[in-house]
Design a protein around this ligand. Structure first.
Ligand code: DOR
Ligand code: ZN
Length: 450
């Protein structure tokens, strides 16, 4: 196993502006014999023996795996409003370092992302930084108040081309408002993403309702609080909808409901976070506020059911729910800690170590659940595409045999609420390429363009 020093925390490089880039000795999808791949003007222009021998920039990718650029349909970049915890610039750098070429940033900002002008400013800022495509998610209701729908159409037609709407962080609780949102979304063909939480059942809840929470004296969050809304919204989608996406699926019962809904032909899709796949409520013995998250870490039978559902395609994709918070919001009593944890800089390693190194799945499957399916669910052009001549050069290069330790102090994220602190991983993103430009080189994110 190769052992090299830890990567520096922040990059000094600017997104490389070379016109052409040649990758040598690379294995697309980790399959077949090593080959070459030539990128010109942002597009893959040759693969194999058709490649020229040199280019403006050459990367020897011996031993590395090439995947389509990763797509994360659920992050919180906190701008506008909480730039002390994350900005579009620091979040973009964290995304590039994590192998992402496109992310969708949720609407629970301050002000709430409920108008075209705010969406346009988030999109424009992401583009001027140039490290990752940052797509704004519009809120479903004005001010996330759950009462009045926002103007989906105006946001969809704006310069930001908003294609997904969510009140994430909060559930659209009122069934009639949700029905109207579903009908509206169907009419203009946009995606709705629901944070499934029956707030009457979770009043005051901070941890999964089970033996651990009982022992630790923490107020419990029942599985049924999530499952009741999954079931309700599946039924509303059956009767009125087109495309509904379930955020951060966390229970065995939700998996069963999503399976039934899909078998009945209801157009439902679902994501799971890396933390709900690998972490359980037993960790809460430490009372560490970093481990508080919505929905909460569940039990092993849930993590096992979620893993199997992701392998079987019942759950469509992985999304990080990257949720930065300041230490003053996390280093407090568990029940006062703000829910949420970092994810962008560890997700590929969590997924690859859990599924590929263990032999459960292939790199092609990782491409599916971390790039192709999310791009497809949000109908995002140019990302999640096959590694083939003529396709946009949005790519991620991975060292499949590299041991490193996750330390928030070395992350590009502005916050430190890393649930994997001190844990060892064996897979690492080394390079990220956005339309032919290197946004991460040797594990170091490039500097923002502006
Ligand atoms: O843990 C969470 N944190 N879950 C959410 O749904 C929202 C998020 C946040 O914004 O911090
Ligand atoms: Zn979220």
């Amino acid at each position: 196993m190769s052992q090299t020093p830890a990567f520096p925390a922040t990059g000094q490089l600017s997104p490389a502006s070379a016109e052409s880039l040649l990758l040598t000795n690379v294995r697309p999808y980790g399959e077949g014999e090593p080959t070459s791949l030539f990128i010109e003007n942002g597009v893959i222009s040759a693969i194999g023996s058709d490649c020229p021998e040199t280019a403006d920039q050459v990367i020897d990718a011996a031993g590395k795996v090439l995947l389509p650029g990763l797509v994360d349909m659920h992050v919180h970049l906190r701008e506008p409003g909480r730039e002390d915890t994350e900005t579009i610039a620091t979040g973009s750098a964290a995304a590039a370092k994590g192998g992402f070429t496109a992310v969708f940033t949720m609407a629970n900002t301050n002000p709430v992302l409920d108008q075209p002008t705010i969406a346009e400013s988030v999109w424009a800022k992401g583009q001027s930084i140039g490290l990752c495509d940052v797509h704004p998610v519009g809120s479903i209701t004005k001010g996330l108040e759950g009462k009045e729908l926002t103007e989906f159409g105006m946001m969809a037609r704006s310069g930001a081309k908003v294609r997904m709407f969510s009140d994430d962080g909060k559930c659209v609780h009122n069934a009639q408002i949700m029905r109207r949102a579903i009908e509206y979304a169907k009419g203009i063909d946009v995606l709705l993403a629901q944070h499934c939480e029956d707030i009457d059942l979770t009043d005051g809840a901070v941890a999964h309702e089970g033996e651990v929470a009982g022992r630790l004296g923490l107020r419990g969050w029942p599985r049924a609080a999530e499952e009741a809304v999954v079931a309700r919204d599946a039924l509303l989608t059956r009767d009125y909808g087109a495309r509904l996406h379930i955020c951060h699926t966390s229970t065995e019962g939700s998996v069963e409901l999503i399976k039934i809904a899909k078998e009945k032909g209801i157009p439902l899709t679902a994501e799971v976070t890396p933390h709900h796949l690998v972490l359980t409520d037993e960790l809460l013995e430490s009372y560490d506020g970093v481990l508080r998250v919505n929905p909460p870490l569940r039990e092993q039978r849930d993590t096992m059911a979620l893993r199997q559902a992701l392998l079987d395609g019942i759950i469509d994709c992985v999304a990080t729910d990257h949720a930065p918070h300041g230490s003053e919001e996390k280093c407090v009593e568990f029940d006062r800690a703000r829910p949420g944890m970092l994810g962008l800089e560890t997700s590929l390693a969590v997924i690859a170590d859990t599924f590929v190194r263990s032999g459960l799945a292939s790199w092609r499957w990782v491409a599916k659940v971390m790039s192709e399916r999310p791009a497809d669910i949000v109908r995002l052009p140019g990302h999640g595409r096959p590694i083939a001549v003529g396709e946009p050069a949005n790519l991620t290069l991975i060292d499949p045999d590299y041991t490193w330790t996750a330390q928030a102090a070395q992350f590009d994220s502005k916050s430190e609420n890393n649930p994997y602190e001190g844990m060892e991983f064996h897979t690492k993103v080394t390079h990220t390429i956005l339309r032919g430009h290197l946004t991460c080189v040797d594990g170091v994110a490039a500097s923002p363009r502006n």
